[in-house]
Design a binder for this molecule. Structure first.
Ligand SMILES: Cc1cc2nc3c(=O)[nH]c(=O)nc-3n(C[C@H](O)[C@H](O)[C@H](O)COP(=O)(O)OP(=O)(O)OC[C@H]3O[C@@H](n4cnc5c(N)ncnc54)[C@H](O)[C@@H]3O)c2cc1C
Length: 154
């Protein structure tokens, strides 16, 4: 995936590599990977002297959900509760919604409008949102990248 992210020509480029290779190998392979990506965008024979690398940040993709986001007095929110691949931008935003919901539960308890069982409801609702919304949507985005023919994707 290649996306223009600023008005002064800065691109964010994301591509896959085997898990088995080292960090040094990732850096070494970077120019040839970039050349391949750019050639699909119609820019041929790009040399590292043609561009400036602002940052390289390898990461592993996960797709998982905690069995419960409440265990007694321990409450999970954000990435500690669920992880998803970054395609679609649902990781951070899902965590923010967790916290918004949890704050409402805690205020309700503090004001005497809700009992402690509302924390189980928090767990049920947030897990359901991951299973019905975040996981299917982000998985679909991820599969779209893999299922495409690079020759025709653009
Ligand atoms: C490449 C990439 C792109 C992404 N793009 C997007 C996007 O476009 N939109 C989006 O919504 N989401 C995106 N995400 C997901 C997003 O970054 C995460 O969902 C979000 O940062 C999770 O926030 P968090 O606070 O739950 O966890 P974290 O950001 O992981 O914060 C946890 C913090 O706890 C600290 N910590 C860990 N252990 C301890 C300890 N024992 N004691 C004290 N501190 C500790 C860590 O250092 C860290 O600062 C992306 C993720 C990746 C990897």
């Amino acid at each position: 995936m290649a996306a223009l992210i600023s008005n002064d020509g800065c691109w964010r480029v994301t591509y896959g590599e085997p898990h088995s290779i080292t960090h040094d190998e990732l850096i070494e392979r970077h120019p040839q990977k970039l050349r391949a990506v750019l050639s699909h965008l119609g820019v041929q024979n790009v040399d590292p002297s043609d561009y400036q690398v602002a940052n390289i940040s390898p990461y592993k993709i996960h797709q998982c959900l905690a069995q419960s986001v409440r265990i007694g007095r321990i409450l999970l929110a954000g990435d500690s509760a669920h992880l998803c691949n970054p395609f679609g931008g649902l990781g951070l935003s899902g965590g923010i919604v967790d916290v918004g919901g949890l704050v409402d539960c805690l205020i309700g308890m503090h004001e005497g409008a809700a009992g402690e069982d509302i924390l189980d409801r928090y767990s049920e609702v947030r897990r359901e949102k991951y299973e019905k919304l975040v996981n299917p949507t982000s998985s679909h985005n991820f599969e779209r990248l893999f299922d495409q023919d690079p020759e025709t994707a653009l």
